[in-house]
Design a binder for this molecule. Structure first.
Ligand code: AHR
Length: 323
């Protein structure tokens, strides 16, 4: 075993011990990863943490960037099956349309782990899904708004994630559930910004024009921070103060949103950890070691951050994590 491999294994062990789980040795395993693309800062961090986790554990990671297209993901998964990989990680861009390709993986006896997004298909088709409770994320954002505006009337514009993706569906649902009991709060416009900064800005510009230059908008709820950052720019360009004239609440907790919160230009974010691969590799290790079946859903934490939570410090803690 080379010194580099030994160091990588030691680093992997340290990671596992610090997370309280003794990771099984999965060095030498070949694992395919079908990633969605690079639409957001959060996605970039997930990609780089997955590569780091793989390297630390001595895994040969085969990476495929789908550039937001499900057909590219299906092609990549078929390619991994043909290569005879030991396992497949997939971050599914949309929730439907996975039965055929995942059945092919199952027939080839290759375990599949979903990362960060869910699918509408039989749970038998994947070993586990490492993801957040995406309905809860929306609910946490909505509850923050309900508490913050009190009895004031509040018209909300919503920037949705990618159409048909599990976070777009569930974060919308959770937020609507949270505001359902507050008759003073209503969503007046809702449109997809595809989880990107540029589309978030573009859609927000349309909302501002349509709503009296923004005078009629009390808050923007964005399904991710990147769209919120785009919206903040649009609000500033319209001559309004984001964070004050229009409240901004979103999801991910990327470094840039903490910069905006520290500057008073955003108000709240719900954290989504980008380290989905660590728990996924732990689950695969235990499964390969003695057949341990992991929980079907390994759910990560959804914590709310506001200006009261040392945004500058949170920025510093995250800035070198690959966002
Ligand atoms: O699936 C997770 C979501 O996908 C993140 O919130 C978003 O930033 C990303 O594009």
């Amino acid at each position: 075993m080379s010194i580099m491999t030994k160091l990588a294994l030691a680093a992997g062990l340290a990671t596992a011990l610090s997370s309280g789980v003794l990771a099984q040795d999965i060095s030498g395993r070949v694992i395919g990863f079908s990633q969605i693309g690079s639409e957001s800062g959060w996605r970039a961090a997930e990609t780089s943490l997955t590569r780091q986790e793989a390297e630390a554990r001595g895994v040969d990671l085969r990476f495929a960037d789908a550039q937001q297209k499900q057909e590219n993901q299906i092609r990549a998964i078929r390619g991994f099956i043909a290569q005879g990989v030991d396992a497949i990680l997939v971050a599914p861009v949309v929730a439907t349309g996975w039965e055929d390709v995942l059945s092919e993986a199952q027939e080839a006896e290759i375990p599949v782990v979903l990362l960060d997004r869910g699918i509408e298909a039989s749970e038998d088709l994947y070993l586990t899904a490492v993801m957040s409770d995406q309905v809860l994320e929306g609910r946490v954002a909505g509850e923050w708004l309900v508490e913050t505006v009190g009895s004031e009337e509040c018209k909300v514009v919503e920037l949705q994630g990618t159409v048909g993706s599990s976070p777009a569906i569930s974060r919308k649902q959770g937020f609507e559930e949270a505001i359902a009991g507050a008759s003073n709060i209503s969503i007046i416009r809702s449109q997809t910004g595809d989880f990107t900064r540029s589309k978030g800005k573009e859609v927000m510009e349309g909302f501002l024009k349509a709503e009296n230059g923004g005078a009629d908008i009390c808050a923007v709820y964005a399904h991710n921070d990147d769209m919120a950052v785009g919206a903040i720019q649009a609000i500033k360009d319209a001559g309004l103060k984001p964070g004050t004239d229009i409240l901004v609440v979103s999801i991910d907790a990327v470094p840039d949103i903490f910069t905006a919160i520290a500057a008073g230009e955003a108000n709240a974010t719900v954290e989504l950890t980008p380290n989905m691969a660590g728990p996924a590799f732990d689950a695969l290790g235990a499964y390969w070691a003695d057949g341990t079946e992991p929980e079907k859903f390994i759910i990560t934490e959804s914590r709310l951050y506001t200006a009261a939570d040392d945004p500058q410090g949170e920025y510093e803690r995250r800035k070198d994590l690959g966002y």
